[in-house]
Ligand binder design. Structure first.
Ligand code: IPM
Ligand code: MG
Length: 357
């Protein structure tokens, strides 16, 4: 009997449903040669949940996710919901889900595919050897700090971190570094913010338990500059919620397309795996979205949530191969394309390669 993992699936808005379909296609293909199966249960979140249920995060979604072994998520949001009060906006659903599932650590790898060096806005010589890993704190900082408010003449948010919150995310960064090149760069604004001073002091304390790891510190403004000046200098970047949000979008451009980058949110009993890009409503339904970021997120899910390393490796090798062979979705059509394919064609080609590895 094959074991069966329960996967919660949130398709969401915009291109979310299209890219999730392709990730499931590839997962099903990988399973045929493995000793496990996946069963999928769909849950609503985002604008579609607001439209159908009156809330961007129905209780059934939280309960269903908690019963799953892992959750695969597409994307949420769109102009249609932009003018709703904050608590009804699709983004609030995602933020609440992260909090409810205790997903305090967001892992965002950025690597370059040699075939796509020209697709980046940076010069190819700057990109050689880039392989970095952003560890972003996800359930604290200014996103969640109280007090917050806006009375029309004055508005405020609070950036707050407690020592335990910093300790646990720092541990994730050091553990990640131990499996990589053993270098952590902690990014803060300790020259200005008290919260960053505590951040820095705490990271230095946590580092004592990891003598093999080299720890450096960088102010966030400098880090933003260094990421485009010399991104290859970084291994693990450890940072808080809002700095990580900004820096990980910046880092994504190094690889040439935001459509290539996956992420994992972990820390609670169930992890959430999603592409780092958004719902791209402008191209939704046209069959041109790049499903690779979501397929790579599915691979991260196999690796981190289910411990199915071999299956994850097979997906990653298939993607490399497909790019080497010159298959490209429209976003990358100008870069070494032998054949430009639609979202579903790209999913099918990857699924086919996976079945042959
Ligand atoms: C991300 C997104 C979210 C964030 C939004 C959609 C709330 O930008 O996952 O990076 O800011 O965390
Ligand atoms: Mg973001």
């Amino acid at each position: 009997m094959k074991k069966t993992y329960k996967i919660g699936v949130i398709r969401g808005d915009g291109i979310g449903p299209e890219i999730i379909d392709e990730a499931i296609k590839v997962l099903d293909s990988v399973c045929t040669n493995e000793d496990f199966e996946l069963s999928y249960e769909e849950y609503l979140m985002g604008g579609i949940a607001y439209d159908l249920k009156g809330t961007p995060l129905p209780d059934e979604t939280i309960e269903g996710c908690l019963k799953s072994d892992a959750v695969l998520f597409g994307a949420i949001g769109g102009q249609k919901w932009d003018n709703l009060p904050r608590q009804f906006r699709p983004e609030s659903g995602l933020l609440k889900l992260r909090k409810e599932l205790g997903l305090f650590a967001n892992l965002r790898p950025t690597a370059v595919f040699d075939e796509l060096l020209d697709a980046s806005t940076l010069k190819p010589e700057v990109l050689k050897g880039v392989d970095l890993f952003v560890v972003r704190e996800l359930t604290g900082g200014i996103y969640f700090g109280e007090p917050r408010g806006n009375d029309g003449t004055k508005a405020y948010n609070t950036m707050v971190y407690t020592k335990p919150e910093i300790e646990r995310i720092a541990k994730v960064a050091f553990e990640s570094a131990m499996k990589r090149r053993k270098v952590v760069c902690s990014v803060d604004k300790a020259n200005v913010l008290e919260v960053s001073q505590l951040w820095r002091d705490t990271v230095i304390e946590v580092a004592q338990a990891y003598p093999e790891v080299t720890l450096t510190h960088m102010y966030v403004d400098n880090a933003a500059m260094q990421l485009v000046r010399n991104p290859a200098q970084f291994d693990v970047i450890l940072t808080g919620n809002i700095f990580g949000d900004i820096l990980s979008d910046e880092a994504s451009m190094i690889s040439g397309s935001i459509g290539l980058l996956p992420s994992a949110s972990i820390g609670g009993s169930v992890g959430l795996y999603e592409p780092i890009h958004g719902s791209a409503p402008d191209i939704a339904g046209q069959g041109i979205a790049n499903p690779i970021a979501t397929i790579l997120s599915a691979s991260m899910m196999l690796r981190f949530a289910l411990g199915e390393e071999k299956a994850a490796d097979r997906i990653e090798s298939a993607i490399k191969k497909v790019l080497q062979e010159g298959y490209r979705t429209k976003d990358l059509a100008a870069y070494g394309a032998k054949e430009v394919c639609s979202t579903t064609q790209m999913g099918s080609i990857i699924a086919d390669y996976v079945s042959r590895i």
